[in-house]
Design a binder for this molecule. Structure first.
Ligand SMILES: *Cc1c(COP(=O)(O)O)cnc(C)c1O
Length: 460
C-alpha cells in the first residue's frame, strides 16, 4: 500500500480542514507536509518547496530552530502549565510581557495574553466597549472596520473582519460593527492617483463617524497593511489622514498587528512603520514564529490606566492566556530576533532587495502590478496589461497560478487573482533570487495554460 494514499484517505475520512471546500479537497487529496528546514518544507512525496508564506504569515525565523525547541522543552519540564488567573503568575509570562512592552511604541506598556489572533480581537471588542463604559460614555459602542479586512475566525473576529463570504455563513454578526472602504488602490482606485484615493478612503472614515455620531463611535480597527485581503499596502496619504480624523473625534485606534508585527514591515510593529500611536494592538503569528500558539492584546496607556484604575475585575480570560511553554518560545523567538538584528535587516537590506527584485516582475505580460513592503508582497494578475482588466472569475487564474507555483516548488498564496508572498524574515539575498525566479516560472507556466484555455474558449 502507498503510505501517502493511506494518509490522504484518513484525512478525507475524519479531518475537516480550515477554509476548505471539504468535498473538493477529499476528491483531490491533500498534500502531506512531513518536515521542514530553514525556508523549505518537504512533502511525503519528497518534494522540497520554498515556503513563500512562512506557514501562515508566522514562521518568521524559519524552520528548524533548535533554540526554540529547547526553550519549549526546558519550560515543559519545569512548569508545563499554570494559569495567570486568581493572583498567580509565572516567569515566562512576566518576562515576555516586559520584553513586548520594550519593543512596542512608547505609549504601549501592557499586554493581555491570548491563544491566538482571533481571541485577541475578541478581547479587543470587549476592552474597547468596557473602556468607554468606564469613561462614562456607554453609548460609544460602534466599531468601524474595513471591507476585506481579516481579523480572525471567531464570531467577534469575523464580525470585525470585512470578508463577505465569511459574513454570509453562520448567522447574525456581532452588532455595532460597520465597515468602510479599504485603501486598495489597484483593485478599487485606479481612476484616481494613489494619493487622492488614499485621502478619499480616509474621508470615508470621517463620513461614517458623522453618520453614526461621534458620541456613538468607540474605535477604528485596521491592519497597517492588509494581509489576508491581498497584501494591500495603503497609499502614503492614507494613514496620516486617518490619524488626524481619529484624533479630531476622539476615537480609539486599534491596529491589528497580527501579521505586520514582529518585523514583517521592517520595524517591530507596523504602527512604527506608519508612525501610529495605537490604543490597542492585537498580536499573534510571528510572535512565536508559529512554533507554539500564542497571541495577545497590547494595551496603550490611555486604555490601560482606565481599566486598571477604575475597572475592577475584568471578567475575561482564556485557560491558555500566557501559557508558559508558548510564552517561553515567544520570548526566545524575540531574543533571537534582537540578537541577529532581524528587523533591521528587513528594513535596510532584504526588504529593499526584495522590492527591487519583486518589482521587476511587473514586466511580465500577466502582471498588472508588483508591490512589496518589507517582506510582504503581491502580484496582480491581469488579462490586459494596458487597461488592468481582470480575467473572467470563472477561469480561477489565481488558484491556477498557485497550484502551478506549488508544483514547481514555491508556496505562493492566491487571493482572487492576486498572488501573495510573506516569506520568513531570515531570507538571504540568494534565497530571494530563488523565490523571484520560481515566481516568474509560475507566471510563465500560468500564461501558457491560459493561452490554451483562452484559445479553447474562442474556438468552442
Ligand atoms: C491571522 C490573523 C488573525 C487571526 O489570528 P488567528 O491566530 O488565526 O486566530 C487576526 N488578524 C490578522 C490581521 C490576521 O492575519
Amino acid at each position: 500500500m502507498n503510505w501517502t494514499k493511506d494518509m490522504q484517505a484518513l484525512d478525507r475520512a475524519h479531518h475537516l480542514h480550515p477554509f476548505t471546500d471539504f468535498k473538493a479537497l477529499g476528491e483531490e487529496g491533500s498534500r502531506i507536509v512531513t518536515h521542514a528546514d530553514g525556508i523549505y518544507i518537504f512533502d511525503s512525496e519528497g518534494h522540497r518547496i520554498l515556503d513563500g508564506m512562512a506557514g501562515l504569515w508566522c514562521v518568521n525565523l524559519g524552520y528548524g530552530r533548535q533554540a526554540l525547541v529547547d526553550a519549549a522543552t526546558r519550560q515543559l519540564q519545569q512548569l508545563p502549565y499554570y494559569n495567570n488567573f486568581f493572583k498567580t503568575t509565572h516567569v515566562p509570562a512576566v518576562t515576555l510581557a516586559d520584553t513586548l512592552c520594550r519593543l512596542a511604541p512608547a505609549s504601549v506598556n501592557h499586554v493581555f495574553f491570548t491563544g491566538s489572533g482571533s481571541e485577541a480581537n475578541d478581547t479587543v471588542l470587549r476592552m474597547v466597549r468596557r473602556y468607554w463604559a468606564l469613561e462614562g460614555q456607554p453609548d460609544k459602542q460602534w466599531i468601524i472596520a474595513r471591507e476585506n479586512a481579516y481579523h480572525g475566525s471567531t464570531v467577534a473576529g469575523m464580525s470585525l473582519g470585512g470578508m463577505a463570504p465569511m459574513h454570509a455563513q453562520g448567522g447574525p454578526l456581532v452588532p455595532g460593527i460597520t465597515h468602510i472602504a479599504q485603501p486598495y488602490w489597484f483593485g478599487e482606485g485606479r481612476d484616481q492617483s494613489p494619493e487622492d484615493f488614499g485621502r478619499a478612503c480616509a474621508a470615508a472614515l470621517e463620513e461614517r463617524i458623522l453618520e453614526l455620531g461621534e458620541e456613538n463611535v468607540a474605535a477604528f480597527i485596521a491592519e497597517p497593511v492588509q494581509g489576508a485581503g491581498g497584501a494591500i499596502i495603503p497609499p502614503d496619504s492614507y494613514w496620516p489622514a486617518v490619524k488626524e480624523i481619529l484624533a479630531r473625534y476622539d476615537i480609539l485606534l486599534v491596529v491589528d498587528e497580527v501579521i505586520c508585527g514582529f518585523g514583517r514591515l521592517g520595524e517591530w510593529f507596523g504602527s512604527q512603520h506608519y508612525g501610529l500611536e495605537p490604543d490597542l494592538m492585537p498580536i499573534a503569528k510571528g510572535m512565536s514564529s508559529g512554533y507554539l500558539p500564542i497571541g495577545g492584546v497590547m494595551v496603550g496607556d490611555r486604555v490601560a490606566d482606565t481599566l486598571i484604575d477604575t475597572g475592577g475585575e475584568f471578567f475575561h480570560g482564556f485557560t491558555y492566556s500566557g501559557h508558559p511553554a508558548c510564552a517561553a518560545v515567544a520570548l526566545k523567538n524575540l531574543e533571537i530576533m534582537q540578537a541577529a538584528g532581524v528587523v533591521q535587516r528587513v528594513r535596510d537590506d532584504v526588504g529593499p532587495y526584495l522590492a527591487q527584485r519583486w518589482s521587476a516582475l511587473a514586466d511580465h505580460p500577466l502582471v498588472g502590478e508588483a508591490r512589496s513592503l518589507g517582506l510582504i508582497g503581491a502580484l496582480e494578475l491581469v488579462a490586459d496589461k494596458a487597461t488592468g482588466a481582470r480575467f473572467d472569475k470563472s477561469l480561477g487564474v489565481g488558484n491556477l497560478c498557485r497550484d502551478i507555483s506549488f508544483a514547481n516548488g514555491l508556496v505562493m498564496r492566491s487571493v482572487g487573482d492576486s498572488m501573495i508572498i510573506s516569506p520568513p524574515l531570515t531570507m538571504t539575498r540568494d534565497q530571494i533570487d530563488e523565490l523571484v525566479s520560481l515566481a516568474r516560472q509560475a507566471l510563465d507556466e500560468t500564461a501558457r495554460h491560459l493561452n490554451v484555455a483562452i484559445h479553447k474558449e474562442q474556438t468552442a
